[in-house]
Design a protein around this ligand. Sequence first.
Ligand code: HEC
Length: 75
Amino acid sequence: MYNRVCGACHAGQLPNAPKRGDQAAWKPRLAQGMDTLVQHVTQGFKAMPPRGLCMDCSTEDYHAVIQLMVSEPGP
Ligand code: HEC
């Protein structure tokens, strides 16, 4: 799912999108709490499009993929 949708913007292409595995970029966002982050993904947040452009992703999917983006660097 990350590779299919989120990676299009979260692998460093967009300067204001926190990059996968970039602890410094994610720290202040994580401080809002996981539930808030999932809500921001679902509803959209500034330049982040609603649902991250993934129409068939569930709340559980967002949880899992945010966890991945926060913890491991990758493509
Ligand atoms: C079209 C580009 C794009 C796609 C696709 C995208 N994002 Fe984002 N995302 C952004 C941008 C830009 C921001 C930074 C928003 C800001 O703070 O201005 C962002 C921010 C975020 C944040 C932080 C929100 C906050 O409250 O600080 C999370 C979490 C996130 N994205 C998760 C995801 C997930 C999960 C996916 C895939 C389902 C995804 N994004 C797909 C562009 C994208």
